[in-house]
Design a protein around this ligand. Structure first.
Ligand code: 5GP
Length: 189
């Protein structure tokens, strides 16, 4: 998506070879017009596929996922992060390794909000190592829901997330693909 690439060139900060900061328009302050356009683009790409729900992980996935859910007219479910393992039979739970915070956390989803009849599109801000996406898939599969695909604003294509998902037969739709990062340098696909 040209609009997003241009904005990343203008306001994105390549911190090092691994991390891109987009705090001024996606992660900390949000540009609502851009976020809406990105949501519409994703909704357009996946329209007519029988999607019943959008799923994301709190917190940075919520803004793009909400835009997609509004555009598609289906509910958004937010997978919650919890620090410790509290066994609860009303929840699906799985452990995730966080890329940015380098810690593990428990991801949970109430059984009330998902069923085998759901066809789910997962939406997130970044795809890096694919740990968050893989855990989301694991959790959704516990409910026997089917997966329509994974949509992401920014894919760092030099990290293994894309391959991890496509090798499981999951379609990955990325609005911007970054091939290389280094301090103050960003290369797009
Ligand atoms: P993954 O599980 O694919 O390694 O990372 C997923 C999560 O880590 C994303 O949802 C995002 O919140 C965060 N993340 C990964 N890489 C970056 C990055 O370069 N910049 C920012 N701002 N967040 C990132």
């Amino acid at each position: 998506m040209k609009l997003l690439e241009e904005r990343i060139k203008q306001d994105g900060i390549a911190v090092n070879e691994h991390i891109l900061k987009v705090d001024s328009f996606i992660n900390h302050q949000i540009d609502p017009g851009l976020m809406q356009e990105m949501g519409n683009d994703i909704a357009d790409h996946f329209k007519g596929r029988g999607i019943t729900k959008i799923a994301t992980i709190e917190s940075s996935g919520i803004a793009p996922a909400l835009m997609v859910s509004i555009a598609m007219g289906v509910p958004l479910i937010i997978l919650k992060k919890q620090p410790s393992k509290i066994l609860n039979q009303d929840l699906y739970q799985t452990v995730v390794t966080s890329f940015t915070k380098e810690t593990n956390y428990e991801l949970t989803l109430s059984k009330k909000y998902i069923s085998a009849n759901d066809h789910v599109l997962i939406v997130d801000d970044f795809l890096a190592n694919g740990e968050a996406a893989t855990a989301t898939l694991r959790l959704l599969r516990m409910s026997h829901a089917t997966i329509a695909g994974f949509a992401v604003l920014i894919e760092k294509s030099f990290q293994p997330g894309h391959e991890k998902l496509t090798s499981q037969g999951i379609e990955v739709y990325a609005l911007a693909q970054i091939m290389k990062l280094s301090e103050n340098y960003i290369e797009f696909a």
